[in-house]
Design a protein around this ligand. Structure first.
Ligand SMILES: NC(=O)c1ccc[n+]([C@@H]2O[C@H](COP(=O)([O-])OP(=O)(O)OC[C@H]3O[C@@H](n4cnc5c(N)ncnc54)[C@H](O)[C@@H]3O)[C@@H](O)[C@H]2O)c1
Length: 364
C-alpha cells in the first residue's frame, strides 16, 4: 500500500505535534517541512529527519505524491492556505480555528465537499480518553438530563509571547486572543459534550494586556445547551498559572469534573453505580506524552490517526470541517455578544483603556 505522504506547513510551536502524530503512523511518510522562513523549515526538517524543506507552499502543492498537508500558521492565513491545498487536491488538517471568519469557514467546508477531500480542524482534546468517556456516559444517560456546566481556562502568557509574535494579540492575525486561541479547546469540548450551545450573554475584557496586545485577554459567557442546561464559561490569559482548565458538568443523575490537562483523570464522578464503575476504567487508556509543549496534551496523535483513516477509507471524523465550523460560529457569536464592552472583532480596536478592568456588556 502506498504510504500517506504528508507535509507540515508552518514550522512554529505546534508543528512538532503534527510531525509526531504522523511519524507514529505505520503507513505514513513525512516529506516536506514548509515555512515562509526557510531557516525554520530547515531546522524542523533536520530535527525530525524530513527529507525536504521549502519556503514556498507551491513546492509542496506541486508535488503529486503529497496526499495531505497540515496548516499550522497564524489564524488569518488558515483560509487562504487551506483553500489552496484543497484546490490542489490535497487533504487538509488545519489547526484551530478553521478560519478567521464564519464566511471563510463556510467556504472551506464547501470547497472540501466539492473537491471530495478530507478537511479536519484540530480539536485534539475531543480525543482525550476522559472526554470520549464522558461523551459516552452522557449518550448512555448516566448523567441524566444535563442542567448545569462550569467551564474555565486560566493561563498565563507573558509580554514576549505577544510582543515577539507577528500575529498573536492582533485582530488581523489572531482574530481575538483568549477565546479563539487558548480558550478554543475548552469551548469546543463543552459544545461537543453538551450537544450544541447558544449564547445568552458575554463580556470581553482587556484587563491586564501583555506585550501590546490589542485583543481581549479575558472573556466570560453564559451559554445554554439544547435541553436548557446553563453553562458558564471563563477564559483568561492573564493568570500567574501557566495553564489550568476545568470542566464540570451536572446532570440530574450524575456529575463529573475533569480537566483537559490530565487526559485520563477524573476529579469527580458521582451518581449511580454504573457511572462510578465506568469512571474506574478511564485511567488505563493514557499513553505517554509525545514531543511538543506539555499542555497541548497527548491527543494530536489520536486525531491524526483518525485523519489518516478518513483519508484512506472516507469515514467521517470526530473533528471534521463541519465541527470546526460550528465551533467557529459559536465563538464568533460570543465575540459579537461581548461587544461593545471589550475588544471583540477583527479590525476593531478596544476603546477600553489598558488599565481599566472589564466593562461589563451583555448581549446576544
Ligand atoms: N491544537 C493546539 O493545542 C495548538 C497549540 C498551539 C498552536 N495551535 C494553533 O496552531 C497554529 C500555529 O500556531 P503556532 O503557535 O505554531 O504559531 P507560530 O507563530 O509559532 O508558528 C507559525 C509559523 O508559520 C509560519 N508561516 C506564516 N505564514 C506562512 C506561510 N504563508 N507559509 C508557510 N509558513 C508560514 C511562520 O513563519 C511561523 O514559523 C495556530 O492556528 C494556533 O492556534 C494549536
Amino acid at each position: 500500500m502506498k504510504p500517506l505522504v504528508h507535509a507540515v506547513v508552518g514550522c512554529g510551536r505546534v508543528a512538532p505535534n503534527h510531525v509526531d502524530g504522523f511519524s507514529v503512523l505505520p503507513d505514513a511518510e513525512l516529506r516536506w517541512a514548509c515555512d515562509r522562513d526557510l531557516a525554520r523549515a530547515e531546522s524542523l526538517a533536520r530535527r525530525y529527519g524530513l527529507p525536504r524543506a521549502t519556503a514556498d507552499l507551491r513546492d509542496v502543492l506541486a508535488d503529486p505524491e503529497v496526499d495531505s498537508v497540515s496548516i499550522a500558521v497564524d489564524h488569518a492565513q488558515h483560509f487562504e492556505l487551506a483553500a489552496a491545498a484543497l484546490e490542489a487536491g490535497k487533504h487538509v488538517l488545519v489547526e484551530k480555528p478553521l478560519a478567521l471568519t464564519v464566511e471563510e469557514g463556510t467556504a472551506l467546508t464547501a470547497l472540501a465537499q466539492r473537491t471530495g477531500r478530507v478537511l479536519s480542524v484540530v480539536s485534539q482534546h475531543r480525543y482525550d480518553p476522559v472526554v470520549t468517556a464522558v461523551r459516552d456516559w452522557i449518550a448512555g444517560g448516566l448523567l441524566g438530563q444535563l442542567v448545569s456546566g462550569t467551564v474555565s481556562l486560566q493561563c498565563g502568557r507573558d509580554d514576549a509571547y505577544y510582543a515577539d509574535s507577528y500575529w498573536r494579540g492582533t485582530f488581523a492575525g489572531e482574530g481575538g486572543s483568549a477565546l479563539v486561541n487558548q480558550g478554543y479547546h475548552a469551548l469546543d469540548v463543552t459544545r461537543w459534550l453538551v450537544g450544541g450551545l447558544t449564547v445568552t450573554g458575554a463580556a470581553a475584557g482587556h484587563t491586564a494586556p501583555r506585550g501590546g496586545m490589542e485583543t481581549e485577554d479575558t472573556l466570560a459567557a453564559l451559554l445554554r445547551g439544547p435541553q436548557g442546561a446553563l453553562v458558564t464559561y471563563h477564559v483568561t490569559v492573564a493568570s500567574s498559572i501557566t495553564w489550568r482548565t476545568r470542566v464540570e458538568l451536572v446532570g440530574t443523575e450524575g456529575s463529573v469534573l475533569f480537566d483537559l490537562d490530565h487526559p485520563g483523570t477524573l476529579h469527580l464522578a458521582e451518581g449511580g453505580e454504573a457511572l462510578r464503575a465506568a469512571a474506574r476504567e478511564v485511567g488505563a487508556q493514557v499513553e505517554p506524552a509525545p514531543a511538543g509543549i506539555g499542555y497541548y496534551g497527548i491527543s494530536h496523535r489520536r486525531q491524526i490517526a483518525d485523519f489518516a483513516a478518513a483519508v484512506r477509507d472516507g469515514r467521517r471524523m470526530t473533528a471534521d470541517g463541519e465541527a470546526g465550523l460550528d465551533t467557529l460560529r459559536l465563538l464568533r457569536e460570543m465575540y459579537g455578544a461581548a461587544r461593545p464592552g471589550g475588544p471583540t472583532a477583527p479590525g476593531e480596536r478596544t476603546a477600553v483603556p489598558a488599565a481599566a478592568n472589564a466593562v461589563p456588556a451583555l448581549g446576544g
